[in-house]
Design a protein around this ligand. Structure first.
Ligand SMILES: [Mg+2]
Length: 247
């Protein structure tokens, strides 16, 4: 059985198209400055201390919305110095700064422009990164956000079913691109999509069936996808019976 031509390329957000780490570090710095303004007890804390409050909360609240997880992590940081009552105020500082600092990686906009000429290009995230608040307004034909309308997060099959429905094609005509081996490669392939692993750091590939492709930079994607299956021209074809490889 031959795979259908690729019609749609869908991108994970955080650490795939959104350079999240500096935004979070900067936002935690703003939170720490405010905590120090509110209490001298916060003088002993560092941004690294605040960052350490995320993993245990994330582990305990895996299925929760990323907004709720971030608020819980901030609550844990505030509780370190008796500032529990300041959560709403401090969360607002965090998110304002986090979005002000959220930017796409340098390889993103050129890759999206090239891919849009051949494919429907979508965005699908578990996280808080709204495309329009991360320098990506108007870049995608569709955007899928976990927890909107009760949609479960990746790795749930329902998440990828929503992606496929938005793409309007069969699952194997969709390529999902992301940095998480579990969420973006294994879960996408389990749902019948094809997957490209974005491995920006050159990490060793985890065990298990390989993805359809692996790239160090999104600049490699157009050539890789051309090798996997032809894209289609976005404009409606005057002849619906024409071969799909309209390149
Ligand atoms: Mg990611």
């Amino acid at each position: 059985m031959t795979a259908p031509p690729i019609t749609t390329v869908v991108f994970d957000a955080d650490e795939t198209v959104v350079d999240l780490s500096p935004a979070v570090t900067g936002a935690l710095g703003a939170v720490l400055a405010e905590m120090r303004r509110l209490t001298p007890a916060a003088e002993a804390l560092t941004v690294a201390d605040l960052a350490e409050d995320w993993p245990p909360v994330f582990a305990a609240m895996r299925a929760a919305s990323t907004l709720d997880i971030r608020r819980a992590a901030l609550a844990r940081s505030l509780a370190r110095v008796g500032l529990g009552a300041e959560l709403d105020h401090v969360a607002e500082i965090f998110f304002t700064r986090r979005f002000a600092l959220s930017r796409p990686f340098g390889d993103v906009l050129p890759a999206l422009a090239a891919l849009r000429a051949l494919y429907t290009v979508g965005f699908a995230t578990n996280g808080n990164s709204r495309a329009e608040r991360c320098g990506l307004a108007g870049e995608f034909a569709f955007e899928i956000y976990a927890h909107e309308g009760g949609l479960p997060k990746k790795p749930a099959g329902e998440f990828f079913a929503a992606v496929v429905e938005a793409a309007g094609c069969v699952p194997a005509a969709v390529v999902h691109v992301g940095d998480s081996w579990e969420h973006d490669v294994r879960a996408a392939r389990r749902a019948g999509l094809r997957a490209v692993w974005l491995n920006r750091t050159g990490a060793p590939r985890p065990p298990g069936p390989p993805p359809e492709g692996e790239v160090r930079s999104l600049a490699e994607l157009p050539d890789l996808l051309a090798g996997l299956g032809a894209g289609r021209v976005m404009a409606a074809s005057p002849d619906p019976g024409a071969p799909g490889a309209a390149r």
